[in-house]
Write a protein that binds this ligand. Structure first.
Ligand SMILES: *Cc1c(COP(=O)(O)O)cnc(C)c1O
Length: 395
């Protein structure tokens, strides 16, 4: 490589950055941990075209196939026509297009909250919300398997961050007993439906423990909205639980992009004034907000559609005698990354797409196929998948 020096002279440089990247890549490759993009065109419903091969996808989070729903697409197109392709500025400057207020009102009503705040993405939401409400004198307890962006938010907050064992309210109580006293404020954060495991947090127990120790509760329901609790999300399954911050995304069953948090009005006002990933970033494109609103209308008016992903997942778990699915996500744990890659290749050769999920997305030794079921999967496709997965389950 050369470097254009002063007076336009090409100077050779020892490019340490490239050497560093190459060494890292070689190491990841050797451990079956290198990730590569694979362009793929998604068609409506369940098909994806990759390398000119058409596969049935079990790796999309578009659980209700709303990304291609005619009403959702029409709403997005109409919003582009009305408001343009981008929002033009931070929402606090001039990017607060008229579509955001009705979307936030609808989300708040769905969650039984005072108010809502829409963010650019789920990652931005969690990395913005958490540092807004806790800081260096505080404590945050996070489920060990919670989504990476909750951990990023915890780190950014500067609070003491501790992991409690997955779905273990007793361990949470032990940690709070030991550490709550030395912290000013405390926050408990968990996924509602776990993104790589598909199981559901016991929010009744977790909420009771949090309240007993004067800790607030944030629930990330990215995979619950539109799928569990009649589509209202995981909170609906635990009416006794008090969820102070009900966060979720438009990137999964809503079929689009963006995220939200529902809370009391003062909490939302504080977030809108102080969350750095809200203040210092451009507003979500109006088309994404309009698409989300249209998708929410469908979810609230079509209980048969909403019931389908879980029913499909259960058809699969029952075919293989696996524990009954509790969400649209079913993990097939395979252990080593190389095994998960081999299983994915095997399925792909049979026309089925199930992307291998490897560390650090999941803990070491728990590489897996993560199967995601959607309303549009015909029963025959699920039966085919079950037969293709069977040899990997009974190894
Ligand atoms: C996907 C996901 C996110 C991130 O949402 P994006 O909108 O894709 O940034 C956050 N939390 C959980 C649990 C998720 O599954």
């Amino acid at each position: 490589m050369t470097f254009l020096g002063p007076w336009g002279i090409d100077l050779p440089v020892i490019d340490t950055l490239t050497a560093f990247a190459q060494a890292k890549i070689d190491e990841l490759e050797a451990r079956s941990l290198l990730r590569r993009l694979k362009p793929g065109r998604r068609f409506d419903d369940i098909f994806i075209e990759r390398d000119s091969q058409t596969l049935i996808s079990f790796s999309c989070n578009d659980y209700l196939n709303l990304s291609h729903h005619p009403k959702v697409k029409a709403a997005a197109i109409a919003a582009v026509e009305a408001y343009g392709a981008g929002s033009g500025a931070s929402r606090l400057v001039t990017g607060d297009h008229p579509i955001f207020a009705p979307l936030e009102a609808r989300l708040a009503a769905l969650k039984g909250a005072d108010a809502a705040c829409v963010f650019g993405s789920g990652y931005l939401a969690n990395t913005g919300i958490i540092p807004t409400i806790i800081g260096p004198d505080d404590l945050i307890l996070v489920d060990a398997l919670a989504h990476a962006c909750i951990w990023s938010g915890a780190k950014l907050s500067g609070a003491k961050a501790l992991a409690f064992r997955h779905n273990d309210a007793e361990h949470l109580a032990e940690l709070l007993t030991e550490h709550r006293g030395s912290a000013t404020r405390a926050l408990v954060a968990t996924d509602g439906v776990f993104s790589m495991d598909g199981d559901i947090a016991p929010l009744d127990e977790i909420s009771a423990v949090a309240r007993a120790h004067d800790a607030w509760l944030l629930v990330d329901d990215a995979h619950g909205l539109g799928v569990v609790g009649d589509g209202a999300g995981v909170g609906r399954l635990f009416p006794q639980a008090r969820i102070d911050l009900a966060m979720g995304t438009f990137s999964k069953a809503i079929g689009g992009y963006g995220a939200y948090v529902c809370a009391t009005q003062p909490v939302i006002d504080l977030i809108k004034s102080r969350a750095r990933t809200f203040v210092y970033t451009t507003g979500l494109p109006p088309a994404s907000a309009a698409a989300a609103l249209a998708a929410l209308e469908i979810i609230e008016s079509d209980p048969d559609l909403v019931a389908r992903p879980l029913a499909k997942a259960r058809r699969f778990t029952s075919a293989l005698n696996l524990p009954e699915a509790t969400s649209a996500i079913v993990p097939i744990l395979l252990g080593e990354s190389a095994t998960a890659l081999a299983a994915a290749r095997d399925l792909e050769s049979q026309g089925l797409l199930a992307v291998a999920i490897r560390p650090p997305t999941v803990p070491a030794g728990t590489a897996r196929l993560r199967l995601a079921f959607s309303a549009g999967h015909p029963d025959e496709a699920i039966d085919r998948l079950a037969e293709a997965v069977r040899p990997w389950v009974s190894r």
